[in-house]
Write a protein that binds this ligand. Structure first.
Ligand code: HEM
Length: 481
């Protein structure tokens, strides 16, 4: 689109009233691929109507940085959507709440509570490492024959989040953990199916099986979290918060009450519940899917797995578990994690942003209320910035042995809406992956083809189910030390 003072050029065809460009968006392609295709034809910045919503789509990193960073405040709004309104009691969370002072306080509270766990105390590391031991034991017990690692990985990550949010640690097979996993999975499966309802909100008057299932899962989730909340209220003390629920409850009494006491300005139990619920929604599927994608690529590239293991053997050895302080000595492992997040961003199109004020992108006027979609897939596969973007090549994050982070690599977004769990996620990815590869090797079952690389798009971009064979490395036959 040549810079001009008008809005960005429209997408594929002149939009129809109401239906807009939607009829032309069929063809079965998921949005990130469709938008990438349209970007080839119309340029990296274009606009179209998704139902009644005029939407600007950003497909390159310069414009993405403008939206997220340079004019981050202008574009920090979120649209209201049917499925996410259901999920969050009308935006009483962080990810789907519109920009407001209350959203800011909630973000700060969650951030502080993660910092309290993570930095200095090492508590977070202990929580993750205990989950690592159970995961390794589980993988090694089932892994001699080919088996699907997805459930075990998701269980391990869910366990970490349960400890962080309400201090529960579960054993394998615990009924409450199963319940958490069941409703989480139900939400993940159905929210992606909400689809058209989010484009045409009036559709919710029609019976919709997905929406029904979503509501049922939300009821189970809210019952469990409300019980945890009441238990926390009853045992809250003046000391340091034990977990995220404590931190939110303390924030609610300390800073969150405003004189007006209106629902819009006060942290209520609803906000505490929805924010706690979001740690699961935003923190489990993303982290476990990233790990599962990295395993997929290690199966395609056994030489990368061997190189990581060599680095681990030289820098850590097999006498003790890996810990966070080893990170500086394991640059190649870090590059493998980054390359996994580049080539298969779990959130290939970021959560929709909205313009909170009249603004501009790339010199084009963008009116207040416009929806803006950032296509991270296109940015992470842009051949102008990535040599052979479809190739899994961790070395692209190394320059003469030093780690580099190119400005077109934005797996957690950036600016006011940047992912709040980035350091938690990075800590988990590092400890899980390093521990797994220190203790075991992953190979394909005899005669099986390498896993499919296309994946399928639900709430996140997931690999299709695949099987691995797990073999313990010398000294780690039992899984833990
Ligand atoms: C938002 C990525 C893990 C909590 C986001 C966004 C991305 C992202 C791309 C959207 C940014 C935007 O809209 O511009 C990831 C990835 C993860 C991960 C790749 C793991 C590999 C987590 C974890 C948590 C978390 C572990 C918390 C427990 C959130 C929240 C938001 C968010 C609350 C919304 C922030 C806001 O709208 O203000 N994440 N995330 N994420 N993430 Fe994550």
């Amino acid at each position: 689109v040549p810079p001009s003072s008008g809005p960005p050029a429209r997408g594929p065809v002149p939009p129809l009233p109401v239906l807009g460009s939607l009829p032309w968006l069929g063809g079965g392609l998921p949005p990130h691929l469709l938008f990438s295709q349209l970007a080839h034809r119309y340029g990296s910045l274009f606009a179209l109507y998704l139902g009644p919503h005029y939407t600007v789509v950003v497909n390159d990193h310069q414009h993405a940085r403008e939206v997220l960073l340079q004019r981050g405040r202008h574009f920090a709004g979120r649209p209201s959507m049917v499925t996410t309104d259901l999920l969050t009691r009308g935006g009483k969370d962080i990810a789907f709440s519109d920009y407001s002072p209350l959203w800011k306080s909630l973000r700060r509270l969650v951030h502080n509570s993660f910092t309290l766990f993570g930095e200095g105390t090492g508590r977070l590391q202990d929580i993750v490492l205990s989950s690592v031991d159970s995961l390794c034991a589980e993988l090694l017990s089932g892994g001699g024959r080919g088996f699907d690692p997805a459930a075990a990985v998701t269980r391990a990550v869910t366990n970490v989040v349960c400890t962080l949010v309400f201090s529960a640690t579960y054993r394998h097979g615990d009924a409450e953990l199963q319940e958490v996993m069941r409703y989480n999975d139900g939400i993940v499966q159905t929210i992606a199916g909400g689809g058209l309802v989010d484009i045409y909100p009036w559709m919710k008057v029609f019976p919709n099986k997905c929406l029904r299932k979503l509501k049922d899962c939300i009821i189970v989730r809210d019952r469990l979290l409300s019980r945890k909340l009441e238990e926390h209220k009853a045992s809250l003390s003046d000391g340091d918060p034990r977990d995220l629920l404590d931190a939110l409850l303390k924030g609610k009494t300390n800073g969150g009450q405003k004189s007006s006491e209106s629902e819009d300005e006060t942290i209520t139990d609803n906000h505490v519940l929805m924010t706690a619920a979001e740690a699961f929604g935003a923190g489990v599927e993303t982290t476990s899917t990233t790990l599962l994608w990295i395993l997929v690529y290690l199966l395609h590239h056994p030489e990368v797995q061997e190189r990581v293991q060599k680095e681990l053997d030289e820098q850590v050895g097999s006498e003790r578990p890996v810990c966070m302080s080893d990170r500086g000595r394991l640059p190649y492992l870090d590059c493998v994690i980054n390359e996994g997040m580049r080539i298969r961003p779990v959130s290939p199109v970021l959560i929709p942003h909205t313009a909170m004020t009249d603004s501009s992108i790339g010199g084009h006027a963008v009116r207040r209320g416009t929806r803006v979609l950032v296509n991270m897939w296109a940015i992470h596969h842009d051949p102008e910035h990535w040599d052979r973007p479809d190739l899994f090549d961790p070395d692209r994050f190394l320059d003469r042995g030093q780690r580099v982070s190119p400005s077109c690599f934005l797996p957690f977004g950036a600016g006011p809406r940047v992912c709040i769990g980035e350091s938690l996620a990075r800590l988990e990815l590092f400890l899980f992956l390093s521990s797994l590869l220190q203790r075991m090797s992953f190979t394909l079952p005899d005669g099986a083809p390498p896993p499919n690389l296309q994946g399928r798009l639900g709430v996140v971009l997931q690999p299709l189910p695949y099987k691995v064979v797990v073999t313990p490395r010398a000294g780690w036959e039992g899984g833990a030390k």
